[in-house]
Write a protein that binds this ligand. Sequence first.
Ligand code: IPE
Ligand code: IPE
Ligand code: MG
Length: 243
Amino acid sequence: MKNPIPKHIAIIMDGNGRWAKIQGFKTRIRGHEIGVTALRNAATHASEIGVKYLTVYAFSEENWSRPKSEIDALMSILVRSLSNELETLQKNGIRLNAIGNLDSLPRKCNKELQETIKATSANNLMTLTLALSYGSRQEILIATKSIVNKVLDGRLKIDDINDISFSKELSTYDLPDPELMIRTSGEQRISNFLLWQSSYAELVFLPVLWPDFSRVHLEDAISQYQKRNRRLGKTSDQIEMNE
Ligand code: IPE
Ligand code: IPE
Ligand code: MG
């Protein structure tokens, strides 16, 4: 039997720079700009087909080591896109959310982000989470410190530290785990994205560069996911017998 459409899809949107180079642009920036259009289309399509949560890797903690000119351009694209895309978010019932070290973003970026999050907070067709200045190891360390503090001041017992209580300390505390993780551009790695949350996600690696990502690619990834045998530790026989 086919798996149902995933409730939560995570995407590592990779390949903007290579796309710009192949197209003959002098800088990588054009790739990031067209990448925003690809994200708009992916989010709209995902919400139309019933995906409830879409989480996209837009800027990693490690991306701060890129040249300042590229970081500045990315941040200004982010500010511009947040205001330009508000109408699309509202029209499609998409709630915006963000995870990552948001305090490290330029003040203007964070302000625009918080305003868009607030403006879309009543939308309930799909939650679009932007991972910005995000690193999964950093997130796990923050959660660990919070748990240790709770134990030290008596708010939590060591025996109550488990899968569920740990998940609640992560920035994704209000999101289910993604069932499907897609990475574009042909690279086959996770690059510090949702390490805890994707422990049982199906991974789909597509050769398409992110600016070229379209509905067809989303549907291809979902159809690959639907054909996977998700055993979650059980045997195939158990799955067939619905145990
Ligand atoms: C992904 O595309 C976007 C970000 C990481 C911000 P890249 O900028 O990594 O593009 P490539 O991988 O160099 O082609
Ligand atoms: C991962 O892409 C981060 C984002 C897509 C935002 P990178 O291009 O930064 O990843 P690596 O460095 O190739 O692993
Ligand atoms: Mg890349």
